[in-house]
Design a binder for this molecule. Structure first.
Ligand SMILES: [Fe+2]
Ligand SMILES: [Fe+2]
Length: 258
């Protein structure tokens, strides 16, 4: 008997993340009331069945090729970070919400392929956003932010929303993203993520400073390993912070390194 097309079998999209505390279905930050009055919000996007299935499938597929968690936990964490950065710097409520939407959707393109997932994700998001009632200008802004988030794909900050998405995405380095259960077979990405026990974005509007404050267990991964894979990401964060008229600081274990 054939299954009806378009209905994914549960096992195709269900990941171990969803069964553990790693899964997080909600953001910690909230949509400002003014942003709700001005149009659809992140909550409307999260209710869309396409968004749910694409992000869960993207997470399952990146897991299948050995990547860390790229599902709803990462989407929510990035949305929180982008919203926090824009709000803390005094951006208007609607732009703050568009930042959260772009951040939530930024890795959805992994449902197609890992390579160029920023660009494919932007195109996938377009129809969903238009169907949900975002204006064409808002869709254009969100597509640009999604397509430009990845340093390995030539991404660069192209708007305040894009800059906030970049910093929020690169800041999500954490033990809970590691899926490989065997520490003896960790690769460098697993080790560095597993070593990070806390990652916090701090914003000082007065000092014009955005700080990524990390706590890293150097017994798990030496700091050199962190820099080996994160230096290019931190350079992009610096450009993104400059776009927001801020400096970028990296603090690891209470020492400022950048
Ligand atoms: Fe990405
Ligand atoms: Fe990401």
């Amino acid at each position: 008997m054939r299954e009806s097309p378009g209905t994914p079998r549960p096992n195709d999209t269900k990941t171990d993340d969803e069964a553990t505390k790693v899964h997080r279905a909600e953001t910690k930050t909230k949509t400002p009331v003014e942003a709700k009055r001005q149009g659809p919000t992140l909550d409307d996007i999260k209710k869309d069945e396409r968004v749910k299935v694409y992000i869960r499938s993207a997470n399952a597929q990146t897991g299948a090729i050995g990547y860390t968690e790229h599902g709803e936990r990462h989407a929510n964490t990035t949305a929180d970070g982008a919203r926090f950065i824009l709000k803390s710097l005094g951006h208007e409520a609607r732009r703050t919400e568009l930042g959260a939407v772009a951040a939530y959707l930024h890795d959805m393109g992994n449902v197609i392929t890992r390579e160029k997932h920023g660009q494919t994700g932007a195109l996938l998001a377009k129809d969903i956003l238009l169907d949900r009632g975002f204006t064409l200008e808002e869709v254009a802004l969100i597509m640009g932010a999604i397509a430009n988030h990845e340093e390995a794909e030539g991404g660069l900050p192209v708007s305040a929303v894009s800059a906030a998405v970049i910093i929020a995405d690169k800041s999500d380095v954490h033990r809970s993203r590691v899926r490989n259960p065997k520490t003896t077979t960790f690769d460098i990405h697993d080790r560095v993520n597993y070593a990070a026990t806390s990652a916090e974005i701090k914003v000082s509007r007065r000092e014009k400073l955005i700080t990524l404050d990390l706590t890293v267990d150097t017994e798990v991964a030496p700091l050199m390993e962190y820099f080996e894979i994160f230096l290019s990401r931190m350079m992009l964060c610096r450009r993104a912070a400059e776009f927001l008229h801020c400096q970028f600081a990296l603090v690891i274990n209470n020492t400022r390194l950048l």
